[in-house]
Design a protein around this ligand. Structure first.
Ligand SMILES: Cc1cc2nc3c(=O)[nH]c(=O)nc-3n(C[C@H](O)[C@H](O)[C@H](O)COP(=O)(O)O)c2cc1C
Length: 365
């Protein structure tokens, strides 16, 4: 029996559930075309905005590796190492909306069966910024994009009315979703930051305000390392650095914990899982906690010879998923999606050697 990887997610038909996340792999027409040619089911475009964007005068992303012999984490090249994580301080797309629009139109015309989710970002707290969200939304949907992902999670913003700064503000979440949903009638995904203790509540507000999906996680706030010999950060400009975002394998376990918390709170709502996916095993782990769609960034960027879009990676992901479904006799990922959700319990619910442990309390409540 031929295995079909098609998935319907938030009303969109994906040829397979694997999507390139909003980041360098989806920053240009050429890369997106290449990604679709390789077999990705969809892309979330690099975030598009209307405000001025200028990146730092130095590298925007580094790849950290670790090894067995001396297992320190560093971007420094040395033998016998494996990938640990990416660290970046890259802003959203510096390509203007006017340039994105004809590109997006061409991409959709060339690949009508692949999903193009446009990531957009504007500010908050004024009618003008709500208008900016609306302009971005109508423009990208006008040229054929299938859905939107609202970036409420960028960790690199000085502006307090943007990105991760507004990810927790109930009123802002409602006002942005209202503004966007007033002008377009497509699935709206909302990407949140994992860096707050209240992201589950924020997600609840977003779902309630009409979000069709929460995409989790954006990168985790983090610092690059300082080299003890040079006394320099491994990435810096004029000796200075700022809090940036970590992605890749090193964030996998944390991302799964976030996705599980969200999935337990809203088991019937859609989640696109992101964070450290490098192959089928990581994707599987997001699915068993409830994700119905998988996004990948760092692993695609790191794949040598793929132009940073993960050509071998998507072939492996689809091949390994098909093989798994066939071996297990599953028709689709729906057959095992969410099976681990309720096996994450309070500490005291885990069996002890004796019967009378009450979670640290002297007596049971
Ligand atoms: C260099 C770089 C740039 C990124 N730019 C964006 C962006 O513009 N918008 C966005 O929503 N996420 C952005 N991200 C976050 C990724 O989409 C993704 O959420 C994160 O890297 C975790 O996935 P990973 O572990 O597969 O890398 C960026 C990540 C990297 C490494």
């Amino acid at each position: 029996m031929a295995i079909d990887l098609k998935t319907n997610f938030t009303g969109l038909e994906f040829v397979n559930p694997f999507v390139l996340a909003s980041a360098p792999p989806t920053e240009s027409k050429a890369k997106i075309m290449k990604a679709f040619e390789a077999g990705w089911g969809g892309v979330v475009t690099k975030t598009i905005g209307l405000h001025p964007v200028e990146n730092v005068a130095g590298p925007k992303t580094i790849y950290q590796r670790t090894g067995e012999e001396k297992p320190y984490v560093s971007r420094n090249k040395r033998a016998n190492t494996v990938s640990h994580s990416s660290w970046n301080w890259e802003l959203i797309s510096d390509q203007p909306l006017e340039q994105w629009l004809p590109d997006l139109k061409e991409i959709k015309e060339a690949y009508p069966d692949r999903m193009v989710i446009a990531s957009i970002m504007a500010g908050a707290g004024s009618a003008e910024e709500m208008k900016n969200w609306q302009t971005l939304a109508t423009s990208v949907i006008g040229v054929g994009c299938d859905a939107l992902e609202l970036n409420l999670s960028c960790p690199h913003m000085d502006r307090k009315d943007m990105g991760a700064h507004i990810a927790n503000d109930e009123a802002v979440i409602r006002s942005v979703l209202k503004a966007v949903k007033e002008v377009v009638d497509v699935p709206v995904w909302v990407k949140l930051t994992p860096s707050t203790s209240s992201f589950v509540e924020a997600a609840g507000v977003a779902y309630d305000a009409g979000a069709d999906c929460i995409s989790l996680c954006n990168t985790f706030p983090s610092l690059p390392l300082m080299d003890p010999e040079t006394m320099k950060f491994e990435v810096e400009v004029d000796g200075l650095v700022t809090s940036g975002g970590q992605g890749g394998l090193a964030i996998l376990n944390q991302a799964l914990q976030k996705v599980n918390s969200l999935s337990k709170a809203y088991p019937d709502q859609a989640i696109s899982g992101i964070g450290g996916i490098k192959g089928f095993r990581e994707a599987f782990n997001f699915i068993v906690h409830g994700a119905g769609n998988l996004q990948v960034c760092t692993a695609a960027m790191e794949e040598k010879g793929s132009g940073g879009v993960g050509i071998k990676l998507i072939q492996e992901l689809t091949g390994d998923l098909a093989d798994y479904l066939e071996r297990k006799g599953y028709a689709s990922i729906e057959d095992f999606r969410g099976i681990a959700r309720d096996r994450i319990v309070e500490h005291s619910k885990i069996r002890r050697k004796s019967e009378d442990y009450n979670g640290g309390y002297a007596q049971s409540a």
